[in-house]
Design a protein around this ligand. Structure first.
Ligand code: GTP
Ligand code: MG
Length: 370
């Protein structure tokens, strides 16, 4: 019995989605005081995206997880200008982001061949440094596989995305009464009685102008690209980022979010979407929800309320609209079921399309034969 489990463990238990490594640029070469010669620059450390790589492979191949580039050559009578030290290249998988240990982003590898310098080599000794070389940069860096989840939460700050995720799953994201509480994406797993699991990504709040990289901007929207479906979350009573910013009703918030996604990448809007109308425990929530439903029945009829530049080309057709309250848990179970249903429907549709395509290709090959 135990043996049966081993291959499974080997297959799934070895997956890692982040890795910390030590990198150091090479030291510069010595200068030559007597003849004014300059030492070579130390080599740099690069991370280069390659197909077929995984973080696990890097970890296995380099158990010490230390990557040090070559030292620059000393200046000599034969070669007054010392040669550059050898660069060190770390081959990494496509789809990772690279950060300093304090979370500052160094770069991203989005396609094969992308490369990012993670530690510069030191300068060679020269007249300005009294012919003494300098050391290369040394640091710990972190490589993270970019988030892939079934559903991504999309909403303005403070809408209650993290609160909802904490009610839907066992995740414990930070929740607070100020915008931008969530600074980095977090995944919660929704568990169902038949052991099906659905991953939902809590993402930083979006702001107007996110497509221009305002707020958390692109960093956040990139993650949305990698989810199967979108779950819009709005505060039924509306939203105001600051006293200076305009107040937005729930309906306006939905249209503005749509516009941001459209401006960033219109294909995002072809993903199936659901809407959770949150904070239904607040005063007048019922009336506001009714009004919102009327507006969503014919969104275009209300577009004149929006400035032209924030009016989306097409409204989102939500597969499910669920009124909820993360505070009282009202509607949470229904939302969980709707998320499941929506993903199952998408799977069925894709399977059906696949089946039809197969059938069609079979038909055409049969016709060719006869
Ligand atoms: N009354 C009420 N308050 C809620 C509800 N859901 C969330 N809140 C409150 O709204 C505030 C924001 O909640 P968060 O879950 O942090 O909101 P968020 O959308 O994750 O915000 P960011 O991470 O900043 O984008 C907190 O004070 C929550 O307690 C709700 O259903 N009813
Ligand atoms: Mg949050």
């Amino acid at each position: 019995m135990v043996r049966c489990g081993l291959p499974v463990l080997r297959k799934y238990g070895s997956f890692i989605d982040n890795l910390r490594i030590y990198v150091r640029g090479g030291s510069g070469g010595m200068g030559l005081l007597r003849l004014g010669g300059e030492g070579g620059k130390g080599g740099d450390v690069w991370v280069v995206a390659q197909d077929g790589m995984s973080l696990k492979k890097i970890k296995d191949k380099y158990p010490s997880r230390r990557f040090v580039a070559g030292v620059g050559a000393n200046s000599s009578i034969r070669s007054l200008k010392g040669g550059k030290g050898n660069d060190c290249e770390i081959h990494a998988p496509v789809g990772i982001s690279i950060t300093n240990d304090d979370g500052q982003v160094i770069g991203e590898l989005n396609k094969k061949g992308d490369r990012v310098i993670v530690a510069h080599g030191g300068r060679g000794g020269s007249f300005v440094t009294n012919f003494l070389p300098s050391k290369g940069q040394s640091k710990i860096i972190r490589m993270d596989l970019k988030l892939v989840a079934d559903v991504g939460l999309v909403g303005f700050p403070n809408a209650g995305k993290s609160s909802l995720l904490s009610q839907l799953s066992h995740a414990k994201p930070k929740i607070a009464d100020y915008p931008f509480t969530t600074m980095r994406p977090e995944i919660g797993k929704l568990m169902y009685s038949d052991y099906k699991q659905i991953s939902v990504a809590d993402l930083p709040g979006l702001v107007e102008g996110a497509h221009l990289n305002k707020g958390m901007g692109h960093k956040f929207l990139k993650h949305v690209e990698r989810t199967k479906q979108l779950l819009f979350v709005v505060d039924v009573t509306g939203f105001q980022l600051s006293y200076k910013a305009p107040f937005r009703t729930a309906f306006e918030a939905i249209q503005l979010l749509t516009k941001e996604l459209e401006l960033y990448k219109a294909e995002l809007l072809s993903k199936p979407a659901l809407l959770a109308v949150n904070k239904m425990d607040l005063e007048n929530a019922e009336e506001k929800f009714k009004e919102l439903m009327q507006q969503l029945e014919k969104p275009e009829a209300f577009y004149h309320l929006l400035p032209e530049e924030v009016t989306p080309l097409r409204p989102v057709q939500f597969h499910h609209i669920v009124p909820v309250s993360a505070s009282t848990k009202y509607g949470i179970e229904e939302l969980k079921n709707c998320i499941r249903k929506s993903l199952d429907d998408q799977d069925d549709l894709e399977n059906e399309q696949y089946r039809l395509e197969k059938l069609q290709s079979l038909h055409s090959s049969t016709f060719k034969c006869t």
